[in-house]
Design a protein around this ligand. Sequence first.
Ligand SMILES: C[S@@+](CC[C@H](N)C(=O)[O-])C[C@H]1O[C@@H](n2cnc3c(N)ncnc32)[C@H](O)[C@@H]1O
Length: 351
Amino acid sequence: MVASQILGYCRPGFEADAGLELQTRAAEHGFYGYFKAERLSGFYLFECPQSLQPLFKRLALTQLIFTRQWLQVLAHYDNLSKDDRLSDLTDSFAELPVISEVRVEHPDTEDGKELSRFCRKFTVPLRQALKQRKLYQESKGLTCLFAFFVKSTGCYLGITPMNNISPLPGGIMRLKFPAESPSRSTLKLDEAFLTFIPEKEREERLRAGLNAVDLGACPGGWTYQLVRRGMFVQAVDNGLMAESLMDSGQVTHFQEDGFKFKPRKKNIHWLVCDMIEQPQKVARLMAQWVSDDWCKEAMFNLKLPMKKRFESVLECLAIIAEVLPGKLELSAKHLYHNRDEITVHLKKQEK
Ligand SMILES: C[S@@+](CC[C@H](N)C(=O)[O-])C[C@H]1O[C@@H](n2cnc3c(N)ncnc32)[C@H](O)[C@@H]1O
């Protein structure tokens, strides 16, 4: 029997963490396989003797921290003809359900980026080839077709249910750096809000007038995201805050230790934290704030070690579960703007 494969995209350098995470989560649903990953390739393959198709019904991409996008591999081509790639690929069309979206993508590596122009151009003839065979129906199909090019003559062809993909090209959220922000870190919190807070709830949960605490705030990239949304921020850090933020009148700076700080105001909605500290220590502090109702929601980064990063994440999640045994809204993602860190959103589940 041919083994079934899932291909997952991730940040280059995190292939083994992403592969191990999917292997672990798949096993929890009874799919026992193993992953293969080439370091710095920007993707991994998870292989299993049983069909992996049902896994897409049981595991959501949003539950995976390190995987940006995923597909069930239908075919792998290593030696496509440069003059007619399409004919080779259409050989696999017999296996396809009706397709409603086509993505031609590449790994997020320097070599991969060289393929981006070609990928953009190739989307149209690929979609056209599907239409000719009556395999493309934008409104009716439930499946996305991926052609993931790893070189100009090599690609993986695969499918994913439309309701379990990242809507973003390459699974990457590209954001413009706001020139007024004092640091590039600002993009991490912006991406986190856009990732974890559903669009229809943003007006309410990120509204002007809310109170927030920013632990490890200097020079103020995260505070900037809160201030620009009209919030009032207690910024905690021994460093210096950008003058522009202090001039807004919305920021109070406390030169204190974030682990000892107690909020001066009640009704803090947001606790955000970007302190460079041991992740287990930060996880415990965040869970404690939420448990004690010092804030309604927390958004924080966990800086990961160089090795055994997935294991370290599991330890942090276990600490949160120990401090906060009740029902939680907890999401974590290795965001595009993160490097050796992940971002976590934590909130008690409303009754
Ligand atoms: C990555 S920087 C934060 C950048 C900030 N989020 C921004 O967007 O500009 C980490 C900050 O955490 C602060 N920090 C580290 N340990 C801390 C502690 N125990 N208490 C308060 N701040 C701490 C450091 O002084 C440093 O300014």
